[in-house]
Design a protein around this ligand. Sequence first.
Ligand code: SF4
Ligand code: MG
Length: 327
Amino acid sequence: DAPLLEVDDLYVEFRTRDGVAKVLNGVSYHVDAGETLAVLGESGSGKSVTAQAVMGILDEPPAAVTGGEIRYHGEDLLKVSAQRRSDVRAEGIAMIFQDALSALNPVYTVGFQIEEQLRVRLGMSRQEARKRAIALLDLVRIPNAARRVRQYPHEFSGGMRQRAMIAMSLALDPEVLIADEPTTALDVTVQAQIMDLLKEIQTERRMGLILITHDLGVVAEVADRIAVMYAGRIVEYADAVSLYRRPGHPYTAALMESLPRLDLKGHELKTIKGLPPSLLAIPPGCPFHPRCAMAQDRCRTEVPAEYRLGLGRTSRCHFAEEMVGGV
Ligand code: SF4
Ligand code: MG
């Protein structure tokens, strides 16, 4: 069987006044039903752009998909009709964004915004749609859903707005849910609650969940697999347990060292020195070499291949095998 959703060797460029920015340079990942893939990276690494390409909201200039496929149940979404594309986007693959306030329309009630999709897409009556909207708000644990359904987004707290966004994204029962930094705007306690909620719903509904984040800490407990992105490439792809035990790429290791650790008292937090490269001028060789503590001469000239480390694990570092212990 074809994977539920598969991004295969995807290339995207942004044609800007200053030149061509190579924002995705051969990105591949997949997610299956009941599985959580975390896509991790700093801003500008291409993690959101990949999701936008999947959602089909990147098809217009200055963005251009210049290579690769995005397959949903084996069907390449880059080749189907606009109508088919929009149906898949509405019913098969849903996305929630970091900023729930700007994603919700301030002039309509939360209920109306959920019900609209149910009426338009599923032909439900107003009454049916209202009932379903209340059930959805209930599902995401918004208290007094029957009253809340009639309120406007500004009457909700930040955490509740994010829950309402999740409810809205679930209205048409998607098979894949993409959450782009869904908790970044929220405080730590609420972050954890939203993550737990997403994980629970994902498990219950056997959805494929793609969690996009810059924060390795947020996804530690929920991800099955992790794709680490840098300069528009996946530099490490591994199951979460192996990756946490022993990162297979110096960039992943650096991200881990920049995490606060409760178990290591007096552990000094390191930040990764330097900045991600401009996508208008990606460094030759390994794009991470200007920031990498392990960099050798060959790193400055030779682009690392995708090394296979077993169990579907890959790393784009010349020293990947040494990193994981010479396997
Ligand atoms: Fe560092 Fe070289 Fe590995 Fe790149 S290939 S991550 S520069 S050691
Ligand atoms: Mg982003």
